[in-house]
Design a protein around this ligand. Structure first.
Ligand code: IMP
Length: 199
């Protein structure tokens, strides 16, 4: 059976993608499974450039068809920041997810609410350097000034769904995987994966 490498070192993303792809009949592998230590510099100007670069680099290093995600949070009151730079949104090197959430709230505190925002994910699948597929997913909500919930990762504790009255970190994996930008991106990728893997 052909295998699909989940081309990311982000543990939160690995867990979600494993769950999202688990009933597809595709055999999934992670970089850890094949002792692959690869850090790809995300220096592209678009999500597509970064996702494509990561998918190709992991495919080249492993020989496996690879699926990469480049994602970010776009906050309207911050003119779309941090967007592409979400993973590095902090003035200090060595900052963690909690530091980045606090920094975002500090930057928002004088702006009028609601702080509407959306998560974006671009998913790239590299079969070879010439055969690459790209799809997107978005998920809409707002940033709230205090953290709620312990699930997920990144900005989940401050990303709130007004209709559901919960943050992304108050959802279990199953619920997040029905609503998230990555879930929608994977749903859009499924017909392509089925074709590639002959399912
Ligand atoms: P990158 O795709 O490796 O550039 O990282 C995307 C960054 O966006 C992550 O490090 C998080 O900070 C943020 N992000 C992406 N998806 C999510 C999510 O599902 N929940 C919370 N934060 C996310």
């Amino acid at each position: 059976m052909k295998k699909l490498l989940i081309a990311t070192n982000n543990k939160g993303k690995v867990k979600e993608l494993q769950e999202l792809l688990k009933d597809t009949g595709i055999e999934l592998i992670t970089p850890a499974d094949i002792n692959l230590n690869l850090d790809v510099e995300e220096d592209g100007k678009t999500y597509t450039e970064n996702a494509t670069k990561k998918a190709i680099a992991f495919a080249r290093a492993s020989g496996f068809i690879s699926l990469a995600d480049d994602s970010g949070l776009e906050v309207n009151a911050l003119e779309g920041a941090p967007g592409l730079h979400s993973a590095r949104y902090h003035p200090k090197a060595g900052a963690n997810d909690a530091d980045r959430r606090a920094y975002m709230l500090e930057n928002l505190k004088d702006k009028p609410r609601p702080w509407t925002a959306h998560f974006h994910a671009t998913i790239a699948i590299s079969v070879s350097e010439e055969e690459i597929y790209v799809v997107d997913g978005n998920c809409y909500g707002e940033i709230i000034p205090e953290e709620r919930g312990n699930s997920g990762f990144g900005y989940d504790p401050i990303f709130f769904f007004p209709e559901l009255k919960k943050t992304m970190a108050e959802m279990d994996m199953e619920e997040k995987n029905r609503l998230s930008h990555r879930a929608i991106g994977v749903m859009n990728a499924l017909p392509i994966l089925k074709q590639i893997f002959g399912l």
